[in-house]
Structure formats: structure tokens, C-alpha cells
Design a protein around this ligand. Structure first.
Ligand code: 45M
Length: 322
């Protein structure tokens, strides 16, 4: 069975995208995350005070995987932990009858205060799953064999609802050709590399290795590239108080692209104005990766494309223009 679920921006800036998922008998709104591999949910195991505003999973003790625990921390310092249940999970009509559902007992403040997010659904490789004593499969891995094709496609949109397709490629969601490259899954993520970047009409040869990450809001690249980009934005500056590069909201932002598989994957300048700040300027959608040595191609990069994640004998990633 194939299926499709909507991906709805949680706020006016596209901070994250939420998709409805039936977990047991509840419908929760989860952040599908190609940068991690745990399916975890707010749950009845938590203190009531932590559940205010959230939908949550009502655990059934009969479904507990006794002795199993999980604990995850994300690149932005947020995290959660808890116990594990085996229950029915349905995404856009695709059913996993005994999916490992990671029920939270504790969740960091970033998640508790975001009342729209009821948990995450990881779509990276199952080798990154944090469940002990036995690592569990992602939803995608659990349903893989029932899909017509071993793939999911990501269609995030700028300030609009997009979708996640499972098992099929929707020709109505893109134009032109799909450009495929092999994925580097050796670190558990959907890894790609670029041979050049461009700012406006100027192209520079460079090796830019990165991971596709729907769970990260912005586009994080090496510091020299970030500096070169904002050098083209009048009035921009690095503002440590705001935590990154900011600029006058009236600024014209150049397009940015990464050349992947010989094809320029363009991020429109408009998408790089992420949000206004409390200080009266605007916060950039391109920021530094703080020298971690690779880039994080988050939502700012993804929201102009239809991106196919194919787990064939050789994992591949396909890029097409929305
Ligand atoms: O945690 C990561 N992605 N997902 C999410 N972020 C925040 C909530 C979910 C992440 C993954 C790899 C690298 Br490198 C940096 C960050």
C-alpha cells in the first residue's frame, strides 16, 4: 500500500512542518525528521503539566516492550526519553501493525513549549535509532516491503502545506527531470555532496558535503560560504545576540545554489529571509555550521524541491524542481 500525508507549517515562518499520524487510537501531529531515526510521542506516562496543549499517546501496558528504553538528543540541544510500546501506526493510509512507538516520560522544554508538536517520526537510517537493549526500525523501514517502490518523497513548501509520499513518485508535484545521485548512508543519514555553490550569478567550485534534514529549519554551511553570501546583502551582519546573520528586512537576497550531480539546486533568495527578529531586522535562512565539517540541508534548502529518498540496493536521492 502506498500513501501520502500532508506537511503543514507549524507557524508563519515554516519553523517546522507537522503531519497527522494515527498512533494506537490517537491522531497526533508529528515532525517528520530525515535527520533522526526514532518515532517518539508525548504520552500518558508524562506529568499532566507537561501535556498541556499537546495531543498524546495513551499507553496500553499490555503493549509495552518491557525493559526497553530510549533517549535522544538533537543537534539543537533538544531531547526526550522514555519507554517503548509496540502499536499500530498509520501514515496516509500506510499501516505498520507493530511499530516501535517510543512513549516519552521526559521531554525538553523546547518541545514542551511547542504545543503544536506531539513528537517526531524519524526517517533516517534505523542504525541511528536509540532504543535499548535492541535497536528498533523506523516507520519507513517497517513498511518498506509493502510499498510499491522502496522510497519516500519530500515535498515541503514555502509558507504552504506540502506532503510526504510513501511508495510512489507523484508526477503532479514537480516539473522537469528528476536528477538522481547516490546517497552516502554510512553515517546513518541521507548524505549528499555538491561540487560547487553559487551566490547570485557567481559560481565557486568547492566540495560541500551535507545531510538532508527535514527536522532542521535552516540551511547550515561552512563559515566561508556564509560570509561570502552575506557580503552580497547590504546591511547584513553577524549578530551573536540573535545567534546568527541578520539583515534589514527590505534587503534583496541573492539566490543560493549547490551543484549536486552536475545540476544546480537553487534556493530562491526569497526563501533565505527566514523571519523578523525582536530587534527589528530579519534573520537569515543560511547560517554557519560552526565548523562541524559538513552541511545540514534543512527546510530552507528543501522547500523549493521534490526530493525522493530511495532505499534500493544502492540508496539514491532524487532532486526535482517543484
Ligand atoms: O537533530 C537533527 N535533526 N533533527 C532535528 N533537529 C531538531 C529536532 C529534530 C540533526 C541531525 C544531524 C545534524 Br549534523 C544536526 C542536527
Amino acid at each position: 500500500t502506498n500513501g501520502s500525508a500532508p506537511a503543514v507549517p507549524s507557524d508563519q515562518y515554516d519553523s517546522l512542518y507537522l503531519s497527522p499520524v494515527t498512533v494506537g487510537s490517537s491522531t497526533l501531529h508529528l515532525d517528520f525528521d530525515t535527520g533522526s531515526s526514532d518515532l517518539w510521542v508525548f504520552s500518558s506516562l508524562q506529568a499532566q503539566s507537561s501535556l498541556v496543549g499537546h495531543d498524546y499517546y495513551m499507553v496500553d501496558p499490555a503493549k509495552e516492550k518491557q525493559g526497553y528504553t530510549w533517549k535522544i538528543s538533537y543537534g539543537d540541544g533538544s531531547g526526550a526519553s522514555g519507554k517503548v510500546y509496540a502499536d499500530k501506526v498509520v501514515v496516509g493510509g500506510v499501516t505498520a501493525t507493530a511499530q516501535a512507538v517510543e512513549a516519552a516520560t521526559a521531554v525538553s522544554a523546547q518541545f514542551t513549549q511547542d504545543v503544536d508538536t506531539d513528537g517526531l517520526l524519524g526517517l533516517a537510517m534505523s542504525t541511528l535509532n536509540t532504543v535499548k537493549p535492541q535497536q528498533q526500525k523506523t516507520f519507513f523501514d517497517t513498511v518498506l516491503k509493502q510499498l510499491a517502490q522502496p522510497l519516500f518523497a519530500v515535498d515541503l513548501k514555502y509558507h504552504a502545506a506540502g506532503s510526504y509520499d510513501f511508495g510512489f513518485i507523484d508526477k503532479s508535484k514537480y516539473t522537469g527531470a528528476i536528477n538522481y545521485v547516490n546517497a552516502d548512508t554510512s553515517k546513518g543519514w541521507w548524505g549528499v555532496s555538491a561540487t560547487a555553490y553559487s551566490i547570485g550569478n557567481a559560481s565557486t567550485s568547492a566540495t560541500v558535503s551535507g545531510i538532508l534534514d527535514t527536522g532542521t529549519t535552516l540551511l547550515y554551511v561552512d563559515t566561508p560560504i556564509v560570509k561570502a553570501y552575506y557580503a552580497k546583502v547590504k546591511g547584513s551582519k553577524m549578530d551573536n545576540t540573535q545567534g546568527g546573520y541578520v539583515f534589514p528586512c527590505s534587503a534583496t537576497l541573492p539566490d543560493f545554489s549547490l551543484t549536486i550531480g552536475g545540476v544546480k539546486q537553487i534556493v530562491p533568495g526569497k526563501h533565505i529571509n527566514y523571519s523578523p527578529t525582536s530587534a527589528g531586522n530579519c534573520f537569515g535562512g543560511i547560517q554557519t555550521n560552526d565548523g562541524i565539517g559538513f552541511s545540514i540541508l534543512g527546510d530552507i534548502f528543501l522547500k523549493s524541491k521534490y526530493v525522493i529518498h530511495e532505499m534500493g540496493s544502492t540508496p539514491r536521492i532524487g532532486f526535482a524542481q517543484q
